[in-house]
Design a protein around this ligand. Structure first.
Ligand code: CTP
Length: 236
């Protein structure tokens, strides 16, 4: 659909010519040459943001874990598999990004030792233990490399105490905006094309959005980034 839509029509003064970096999708952390530990992220939210930013005239790079989605039209795509690879790609790119959106569902842990050969059932007992070690935090640990004056957006997928956890992530990872969603709500989170999100911003009351398509959530988020619909500080 976007291929037939001239982007000139969608140009937006804020995004036109700006560099936007988006992370999206899951990461896959290998256990052995044929197996990995992953998560249920489809990449849809991040891909929608990348496409919407391109439509508004931005120069967009999408660093994406494995996803079955078509590449967004007009966007530079950097495919990665592991959290470490995503970290390396973002560390290279974040210094030139005017807007950085961290929508990826990054595995917080990876198997400590990747087995060189396939784990054989016949050589294991009734249980298999895999030790994990922490991965880098792509958003937090590249904070020092961000471009001065850039706007950063994080995501938080929670199953309980959403606002409290989201507020903590906004602060601890140094985001300007944070998109929070509750994975237990119908129509929100992984594997669906809709989302019900609350946008938190430094100095603003949380903005609760209705159930929307992920494309619409992307547009509302970019409106917030460009400040055009930012609610008044302390307002409702
Ligand atoms: N994130 C990241 N690298 C990680 C983990 C998270 O860049 N290793 C980013 C995500 O892209 C998202 C934000 O940090 O923008 C919050 O991710 P989330 O998984 O909700 O938070 P965690 O820090 O993993 O916290 P927790 O597991 O305690 O919920």
């Amino acid at each position: 659909r976007d291929r037939h839509r001239p982007r000139a029509l969608g140009r937006d003064d804020y995004f036109s010519g700006r560099r936007v970096l988006v992370t999206a999708g899951p990461t896959q952390e290998p256990i052995d040459p044929v197996r990995y530990v992953g998560n249920r992220s489809s990449g849809r939210m991040g891909y929608a943001i990348a496409q919407a930013a391109w439509r508004r005239g931005a120069d967009v790079t999408l660093v994406t874990g494995p996803s079955t989605l078509d590449h967004p039209w007009g966007v530079d795509v950097v495919p990665v598999e592991t959290a470490q690879e995503m970290f390396d790609a973002v560390a290279d790119l974040v210094g030139s990004a005017d807007v950085a959106v961290f929508a990826a569902a990054v595995s917080d842990f990876r198997p400590s030792d990747v087995r060189e050969k396939k784990v054989k059932r016949s050589e294991e007992g009734d249980t298999l233990s895999v030790d994990f070690q922490a991965n880098p935090d792509v958003a937090r640990d590249t904070r020092g490399a961000r471009k001065q004056g850039s706007v950063t957006v994080g995501f938080a997928l929670e199953t309980h105490d959403m606002l409290e956890h989201a507020q903590r992530k906004l602060e601890s990872k140094g985001f300007d905006l944070l998109v929070a969603n509750d994975a237990t709500e119908e129509g929100a989170g992984f594997g669906v094309s809709t989302n019900r999100v609350t946008i938190l911003g430094v100095g603003h009351d949380p903005e609760v959005l209705p159930l929307l398509s992920k494309d619409e959530v992307a547009e509302r988020l970019l409106d917030r980034v460009s400040g055009s619909t930012a609610p008044e500080a302390g307002g409702s």
